[in-house]
Design a protein around this ligand. Structure first.
Ligand code: CA
Length: 232
């Protein structure tokens, strides 16, 4: 089935190149220019993913994201004009799945969209029945499917949450400094900071707690960084 993309972008030339690229990859695209139109479109026909421009005439993509997040885990990709916005986009406040900075190549955007949709499809289809907590290892990294299973359930993670937890999970007990994590997870992207790492750790801890994992799985080491303690 064709996946439906909601595109919020007020610059026609940018929208046109994106629509062209998305159509050529067999996505259906609903294009809107205003924040309020995006919310109406989202309500009327929920899309499979939203691409939101940050700056639009009647508000911002951030507001649209916040409104959508109240009722839905819809994957969201931001189009940002400035690097300074990235911290907000990926941080605690908005929890987007990904972003691209203008100017971007439409092909790159399509590749991100495909990757995110693959991940969320994997998370949705692989909901194994809940296993008893004592049945083997509680957290399991499935490298091939790019997902993490916790107590028999696939965790719904954003891109960077996944990369962060996978990094810790590959080497349990090892302490990673924030600088190392920025390099390994964010690829040394400019404008990531210690706070980016901390915000994602906080989100991950909440998700692991929601799965019923007891105690702090991601441990803080003062002045050193983070490590993963495998739950018993
Ligand atoms: Ca704009």
């Amino acid at each position: 089935m064709r996946k439906r993309i909601l595109l919020l972008e007020d610059e026609q030339a940018i929208a046109d190149t994106l629509i062209y690229a998305l159509h050529s990859e067999s996505f259906d695209v609903t294009h809107v220019r205003l924040a309020r139109e995006a919310l109406t479109a989202h309500e009327k026909t929920p899309p499979d993913l939203a691409i939101l421009d940050v700056g639009v005439p009647d508000g911002s993509g951030f507001d649209v994201c916040r409104a959508i997040r109240k009722s839905s885990d819809l994957p969201i990709v931001f189009l940002t004009a400035r690097h300074e916005e990235i911290d907000r986009v990926l941080g605690l406040e908005l929890g987007a799945d990904d972003y691209v900075v203008k100017p971007f190549s439409p092909r790159e955007v399509c590749a991100r969209v495909r990757a995110i949709l693959r991940r969320s499809a994997a998370a949705a289809s692989a909901l194994a029945p809940m296993a008893p907590a004592s049945a083997g290892v509680a957290l399991k990294l499935d490298e091939q499917a790019q997902r993490i299973v916790c107590a028999g359930q696939v965790l719904a993670l954003t891109r960077y949450e996944f990369l962060l937890l996978a990094t810790l999970l590959r080497r349990p007990q090892r302490i990673f400094s924030r600088t190392e994590l920025m390099e390994l997870v964010w690829g040394g992207a400019p404008h990531t900071s210690d706070r980016t790492v901390d915000a994602h750790v906080k989100l991950l801890r909440a998700k692991l707690r929601d799965q019923g994992l007891q105690g702090e799985v991601i441990q803080t080491h003062r002045h050193m960084g983070y490590s993963l303690r495998l739950p018993d």
